[in-house]
Design a protein around this ligand. Sequence first.
Ligand SMILES: [Zn+2]
Length: 314
Amino acid sequence: MFDKITLIYIAISAIIPILYLIRFVTYKTKKKKQYVRALAISFLMFFILLFLGFAFKLVYENTLNKDDKKDNKTTTTEVTTTKENTTKVTETTTTKKTTKASSYNYDKILTPTGGEVIGKTSKGYEIKNVDGIYYIDGYLVANKTYDLPETYNPGSLNATVKAAADKMFAAAKSEKGYNMWAQSGFRSYNTQKSIYNNYVNRDGKAAADRYSARPGYSEHQTGLAFDVCATNKPCITNGFDNTDEAKWLSENAYKYGFILRYVKGKENETGYMYESWHFRYVGTELAEKLYNNGDWISMETYFGFTSEYGANKA
Ligand SMILES: [Zn+2]
């Protein structure tokens, strides 16, 4: 019911009034009326401290959210600065600083150019690193093995992905009358950080790692993936698994270029538990291959790569 942090707040808020009461009782004998008054003061202290604790927590969480917004703004400003600097060769320091953050071309993440080949998968597909982002056979990969830079922040779903999703949801609506939408799409590094930390506090690290990505390892940070919700159906939980909407998505998403990313019974391949609601854009060509006539193949197995923390680190 309560998470760890809430329990700590309650415990801290209780300690001071309890100490006050103990001191009152042991100091010297008093009248009944004074006891009642001391008890009332203790309760008042407890609630004031509790209130201050939660007010602090609220302010702190708001600051985290603001940080995310700041990140988006910074990226935009830096892109503009680079443009201005192309003619000014003298401002070397500024140009150097901005090159790194603005080198991600978010419009081209589906069709990368350049980068260096860093190896091959077990099935012989080329692994490339383009500006710190990993591509396998030309497909951007973010899983437990291949992480994204902290500064990679497209700010929203990729335009191609958004258009394909709109088309898919419109088809579901007109074919079956299903009302679906992308509930959770792009997530920044900082948002993922606070989400993951909350889960670790609630369920512990080992359990959290089965369903939530560590910051920098989430596919939501790519801007290519989203979680689907449907009207009056359980949202982003196992309750969605057996809904008609989930079945429709599993049978039709590939036609719009989407794959069921965390396939059922393949946690050892993808690194995550089955998620009937999480879809990722790869384009219709690869999506149809992975759909495999209804027997979904994971990206990891198809291309022959792993999803394990630390596997790509020296
Ligand atoms: Zn998801």
